[in-house]
Design a protein around this ligand. Sequence first.
Ligand code: ADP
Length: 747
Amino acid sequence: MISYMQHCHFINPFKSHSELKKGRYILIFVLILLGLSTYAKETPLQKVSLQLKWKHQFQFAGYYAAIEKGYYKDAGLDVSLIEADEEHNPVDQVFNNKAQFGIGNTNLLIYRSQGYSPVILASIFQHSPIVLVASKNSGITYIHDLAGKTIAMEPNTAEIVALIKSEGMSMNQIHIVDHSFDVNPLLSGQVDAMSAYTTDELFLLNEANFDYNTISPSMAGIDFYSDVLFTTQEFIDKNPELVEKFRSASLKGWQYALKNPEEIIELIHTKYGQRHSIKHLKNEAQQMQKIILPDVVEIGYTNKGRWETIAKIYRNLQLLPKDFNLHGFFYSDYIKPRYTIHWKLLGIFMALLTLVGGLTFYFYNTSKKLKSLIFQQQIFEKELSESEKRYRLLVDGANEGILVAQDGRIKFINNRMTELLEYSKEKILASPLGQFIHEEDRLKVLENYEKRINNKVVENNYHVRIIPQTNTIKWIEISGTRIICENKPATLNFINDITNRKAAEIEIQNKNQELSKLVSEKDQFISILAHDLRSPFSSLLGFTRILNENLMVMSMQETQEVSNTIRKSTEHIYQLLENLLEWSSLQRKKSSFKAVQINAADTVTKIIQLFNDWAVNKQILIIEEIPKDAAITADQHMFETILRNLISNAIKFSNPGGTIIIKVEQTSNETLISVKDTGIGMDKTMVDEIFQINNQNYRHGTDNEPSTGLGLLICKEFVELHGGKIWINASPNLGSEFIFTIPSSLE
Ligand code: ADP
């Protein structure tokens, strides 16, 4: 049982070395998976914004394409495009950190000279599309015609400024107003001229059939880059990788847009507003091909020499200081040499090396710990098996039966239990609970088991019978307790064989019953003596006193009457004494039983003669229906006593004029003798209690004859000593019939 119980409570964490190894491999595998999954986990997109230099139109096609085609997203970027508005200078927006990237012009050189730090990432427009456009009517054909005129200029149009200055004019000679991002001021004559993109506004003027002249900076040899993608030096320093990713995704976007202008035009029109018609956008796309020159140079191509030339023009125009240089102005100044990638690889390698080293150390450590755990486990198991052996010896050597029950079955028994049940251990363990219990006690055992399993109050030390293999019933005493085995409730029961104790108990119980019967009989005896002897004796004393005191004065007749009464009292006392003696000798087993052949008819006649006077006095007719040769084998004295009592009762409880029939019938098995009267009879309760010593049903006869209440007891005892039976058929006022049998086996 201990081994079983140990299994119930001990959970072995590492059952074997092979399982341990398996566990280790699983752990490594899980760690690798964890590492991979962490690596593979998506990092959130980095948010950046690009400040456009104008409203949404094909001018920024490359950036829409890069968003739409997911080039930015693939680079880990979430790019938002900010349209230019009338209130803010878009280049300033970048320097004010409102956007990380911007689209500018060559005047970024001026910003740089003023302490800002723009860096050119790509020169998208190889030639500037900016021109000055003036209505034909204004008469403006050359740059000098601008003097005193009102011109709308968008910010940062350095080419125009350069053009004006290169022609020896001062900006003060011209009245410059803000550009309203449309051509209406020119159409309406509000302004005389305006800066415009050849790619954009000219289309509108054409559409409006507006006659105009254009003055292009290129006319004065000013051939600038335009729509330059830029960021700040500070931003590159902090986010070199991000800038690289943004730049290449943007250029990829440009390549796509210029190859698929129709698709991007559609995209702009549906997603970015319908400020421009499709036709307008198409025109813009066509014009842009001419200045981006994708078929001639790589998109975004930046030629440092051209920029030097541009800077020189600016310097000549005194827009840049003489000592200005372009160092740090180009993105190529910030691209780290290739070997930095090797450092990165080296870094990764080192990190991996550290990780592997760490893991090796971890596993070495873990394995060391596990080894020590296994060693402890082995020691524990050894101790356990030894202690198990000791406990098994104890359990199997116990003089008490031990039984564990679970799920309604016997789960464990010790040796003593097999001795008690006399079946093999296998047979017992394969049996349901209650199998070997006496059927009258089975329910009790099963109920108690259920109660105990469900933690309810159970009677402990209860007694039941078991039926072992030899079928000789044994009494056992069960005391139990609830335990938990394998996470389930069970009962642990201790069982003692109490067959001998139970037999002794039953005997004591019987003896007690016998004793209390004797005591009650003795009480009866004493009460009879006290009560029943008293009254006849007192009347005897009374009458003898009368006789003694009045004998001289009494007549003969009076004397005879008194002496008659004395005789009756004496006879009654005699009968009573005889009954008492008879009964008491019976109790002391003094009566000796001697079976002899008796002639039934003769014996009955002899008894009737005893009561003849009495019956005649009460005018009672006694009829004998007895075969003359009816012979009975019985104890003479007892047989006569029975008859005497039954016949005298029949006379005593018959009314005058009644009839008594005494019948004897014989079969091969027995003789049946009945005494039937037509007297006062008995009710059912009286019939049921009449043969008990303590019955209180004795009554005076119809002529006030006294009763002792012993006669029928004696009759019953004597009949039973013969092996016969006695019973009564009676009902109140309809008479009684006493019947008894004497078996023929006595012959
Ligand atoms: P007793 O010796 O005083 O007659 P019994 O034991 O013979 O006492 O009878 C006990 C009682 O049984 C009587 O007092 C009477 O009440 C009832 N009894 C016995 N025989 C008869 C009978 N033949 N008819 C009616 N009652 C009877």
